[in-house]
Design a binder for this molecule. Structure first.
Ligand SMILES: Cc1ncc(COP(=O)(O)O)c(C=O)c1O
Length: 450
């Protein structure tokens, strides 16, 4: 049976300065961090610098970084083309509250690649984008209720979080929402319709509630909430067909998949077109960004700026001091221009496949049941005997082994925090994949020996 004790001891020994900083941080930052995702037990590493595929912590440890900015750093850390563009923009205009040509260029660029993004409104985070998309959907359809899938994370607001990490109420085929954290508005749970991911039963539930539904939100690849699980293509196509038939808007949350599965994101990769979508992460070139957009008839109708009282019935408010900030726009343009130049995606997918296959083999060798899931450059390691397809199967995986594996990897120089999907960037070469697999084999062997 795997215990994490030895790995935790090794981790502590390597990270005394991080531990000190964490203890100091806890006096001024609740939990010692600025966001839940940064924390892991026994304490997070505090990072000194990051470059390419490597991160250096305050104790001088060098890690192969598999977080890649929660997926945003697809070119690795500090890609020269992006840092040059940002440096130039810093000298030109930083203030976010002016309209700039950069916004037009980035919206056009997004639309060229993600064909359904006929119009885009930029904001500062993915959470804002999905929150505002729900408002768009309600305004456009005149219906109140939003449906989403169990295990899908759409941000830290009530409906974005509900059912994403904390789940299990109701049955496998009829999940029920429970609050994802304290402070969740009770009425938000009543308004939300929670659906089972990758499950034909979801279509029946949508049919039953069709008249109430403004939108169905989905992560075409369930990332942080389940662990790198792609939707079945035919099921996704059936979802498209049904929502179109019932006048329900289909919303793809492409905050992870946009410009990661390919320049066209998940819609192009799966050949399924939603009505609306959310973007973030890579689109900001590593700077805070979110965006929402899609069909022109929807965006034009409800997202036009207005202060007219009569318009309030039809149009939504969507603003934000840092929305469309020039640094994020310039960084995003530079990053996408770089992605347009190379044949990065095939190489990323090949390396991702090799990594997943290698992790499965390493598990087999040690007699540990490993499900290495994912698509392209996104992956996750689940400790389970059954295939992981949805939130319920992911919840049946072994969290003790999961934690032992992650802290073991980190203690040996591969940064893959527990419960995070891993992301490869173009800065990860074949030698990095070899090294990750070598470390994983070591960790699994130690786990098997305990
Ligand atoms: C699929 C998905 N949607 C929304 C979000 C929220 O984005 P942000 O953290 O920028 O608010 C995330 C963040 O990881 C995400 O993975």
């Amino acid at each position: 049976m795997a215990t994490a004790e030895g790995f935790v001891r090794a981790y502590r020994e390597r990270t005394p300065r991080s531990q000190q900083l964490w203890e100091a941080a806890r006096r001024v930052l609740p939990g010692g961090v600025s966001g839940n995702a940064k924390f892991f037990k026994p304490h997070p590493i505090y990072v000194e610098s990051a470059s390419g595929s490597r991160v250096v912590d305050v104790d001088g440890n060098v890690y192969i970084d598999l977080l890649a900015g929660a997926g945003s750093a697809i070119l690795g850390h500090g890609p020269p083309a992006v840092t040059r563009a940002v440096a130039a923009q810093l000298g030109q205009a930083i203030s976010p509250i002016f309209a700039t040509e950069l916004e037009i260029r980035l919206a056009r660029t997004v639309g060229i690649h993600m064909r359904y993004m006929e119009m885009v409104r930029f904001v500062s985070s993915g959470s804002e984008a999905t929150f505002l998309l729900a408002r768009v959907a309600r305004a456009f359809t005149g219906r109140e209720r939003i449906a989403k899938f169990e295990g899908n994370y759409h941000g830290q607001h009530d409906f974005g979080l509900t059912g994403a990490f904390v789940a299990g109420a109701g049955s496998d085929h009829r999940p029920e929402p429970i609050a994802g954290c304290a402070g969740t508005e009770r009425s938000s749970l009543e308004r939300l319709l929670l659906l089972p991911y990758n499950d034909p039963a979801a279509l029946d539930i949508i049919r039953e509630h069709a008249d109430e539904l403004a939108a169905v939100f989905i992560e075409p690849v369930a990332g942080f909430g389940i662990g790198a699980i792609p939707a079945d293509r035919d099921w996704l196509a059936a979802l498209r067909e049904l929502t179109a038939e019932k006048g329900i808007l289909l919303v793809f949350d492409e905050i992870v998949t946009g410009f990661r599965l390919g320049l066209g994101g998940a819609s192009a990769a799966f050949g399924v077109q939603p009505d609306l979508g959310a973007i973030g992460k890579i689109v900001g070139g590593g700077f805070p960004i979110g965006g929402f957009g899609g069909r022109r008839d929807i965006m034009e109708k409800v997202v036009t700026p207005t202060k007219e009282p009569s318009d309030v019935k039809e149009k939504i408010f969507a603003s934000g001091t840092f929305s469309g900030n020039p640094i994020g726009m310039a960084a995003g343009l530079a990053m996408i221009a770089e992605l347009e130049r190379g044949d990065f995606y095939d190489t990323l997918a090949r390396r991702g496949e090799r990594l997943r296959a290698g992790l499965r083999e390493a598990g087999l060798r040690e007699g540990i049941e490993v499900q290495a899931t994912g698509i392209g450059s996104i992956f996750h390691v689940h400790f389970a005997s059954e295939p992981i397809r949805d939130k319920r199967s992911a919840m049946r995986a072994d969290p003790v082994r999961q934690y032992a594996f992650s802290i073991g990897m980190i203690s040996k120089g591969v940064l893959l925090p527990p419960a995070h999907p891993g992301f490869l960037s173009t800065a990860h070469g074949d030698a990095d994949v070899d090294e990750i697999l070598r470390v994983a084999a070591d960790v699994l062997a130690e786990m098997a020996a305990r």
